[in-house]
Design a protein around this ligand. Sequence first.
Ligand code: PEP
Ligand code: MN
Length: 347
Amino acid sequence: MIIVMTTQATEEDVQHVIQRLQRDGLDGQINRGAERVVIGLIGTGFPGDYQEHIEMLPEVESVTRITKPYKLCSRDFKHADTVIDVSGVHIGGGSDFVVMAGPCSVETREQINETARVVADGGARLLRGGAFKPRTSPYSFQGLGEEGLEYLAEARRATGLPVITEVMEPDEVDVVERYADVLQIGTRNMQNFPLLRRVGQTRKPVMLKRGMSATIEEWLQASEYILAEGNKDVMLCERGIRTFEPMMRNTLDLAVVPMLRRLTHLPVIVDPSHGTGAWYLVTPMALAAAAAGADGIIVEVHPDPDNAWSDGPQALTPKNFNAMMRSLEAVVAAIGRRVAAPVAAVV
Ligand code: PEP
Ligand code: MN
């Protein structure tokens, strides 16, 4: 249920509604818009006449039942785009287009430092790299764990790039959040509800990747698990879905970008690396994602893709990464945006 306060409502009126909800054992989430306050009521099983009771409270303009299975992420609850501040880098709401780049996995101290330097010089604003890796086979490289997080932190100190890295289990959240600026939830964990709830309790932004077989509605409901715990800084990442087409690793669903714009206020990121699985498809799909209105991309870059410990075939070489960045600048300018520049370079 969405409770819309009048434009005259005071803080006292808002608190009055919240207290009434609490008295009835319900929890209201407040969204303070530019003109009015909206209160999202989450829960199930309201009495049939509850809506009318709330509508009678002072300075309540209207109460609507949301029939959609997702609420806090929807534009009905919050019209204005969410803008996430990742250690000074703004993502969403028409902010500059953000490029996150780095290797699939952190392999060695030298490899992550070298890649971080390349992507920072090329214009990336976040460094990616997996330390806890969700591999399809238990016999594949599983990541360096905390050692990998330490190398990421070192690369962060050297380049100033905030770090995005995956967390796979609720018990790992404590350690990962000590090092990461953004917690990544991978495709295989999109419906790991205990994990979603746990990252909802942190104060770190979360990037929620789309489950490889998830519908848009299931994906938005997954975001709701995080938002309902009180973490408002959630971004969505399209990374390709399973279809009948085996030629690409996944089918990158770019129509999802404008569709999500209609449905949700959350920022939208595209991952053309996992979305295609082939380095030569990454740049065209990165450009298409920018043209479709994504808030940013996350791409895999490796100094020596032939010898990468994971996902070599989809990694861009430093040279290809730089070429992609130049083309991106042109596409992003054509739609009236800019590629986010390093803080020091902003004039
Ligand atoms: C990744 O980004 O490293 C990754 C494993 O991606 P996904 O969860 O989309 O497969
Ligand atoms: Mn990968």
